[in-house]
Design a binder for this molecule. Sequence first.
Ligand code: KIV
Length: 275
Amino acid sequence: MDEINVLQFAEYKRERRKITAITAYDAPFAKIMEEAGIDLVLVGDSVGMAVHGRPDTLSVTMEEMILHGRSVASAVTRPFVAVDMPYMTFQASKELAAQNAVRLVKETGAKAVKVEGGVKVASAIRAIVEAGVPVIGHAGLLPQSVHEIGGYKAQGTTAQSARVVMEDALAAEEAGAFMVVLEAIPAELGRSITGALGIPAIGIGAGPHCDGQILVMHDMLGLSTGRLPRFVKTYANLREQAVAAARKYADEVRSGAFPTDEHSYHAKNEGEGRK
Ligand code: KIV
């Protein structure tokens, strides 16, 4: 199986071949995404909410990203694996940004990192790229800035805010990013930014004109609870299926229907031998 490398994404954009991306946080689900033919698996800091049940992504640590990143990167061959840089691991100084990015790829086996922001983090992006680590930028709704922007709201909905999102995406490209994620912005703005960028733009709530799409795996598979953003499409209802399966198991344990002889061991001298 050929591994996807950083150069192929530029080729996909040139060929207008849509890039498929999804988040994953552990080996079994990463393998499922590989089997499904997903191009890019992002170990997002959304792990803090999707897996650890926290209210936001701000408390996610380097150690947590390394643990989840290593599980994903070691499980797959073909998809390109990128890991999110947690809050405050790249904002304070470009030296710290480069150090943390190198640590993330060295200790996980991922091929790239993602940083939230554009203009404000351009020097960090440049330093990470100079250290030899490919970078994905992220413009529009920046979950790590949730308190600054007053909630998980669509961005770029006014002329001035649209300019800020466009400038962030362009600044990420200018600083050396090879791809930009555009989150929760009007579809028309998604189209303009995708057209203005030489690098691929991957949308999550940025309309159909981006070079590719990404969703949070737990949302897409119906594993999340609570209200989902407008941009989510749920393709399965795994939570319902899991609850039904666990309920059936509990009923069978209570009634004695499980385990049966089929699931039991026997001593060798008891006829059938070890199962
Ligand atoms: O953390 C994450 O999962 C992300 C995606 C929403 C792009 O940044």
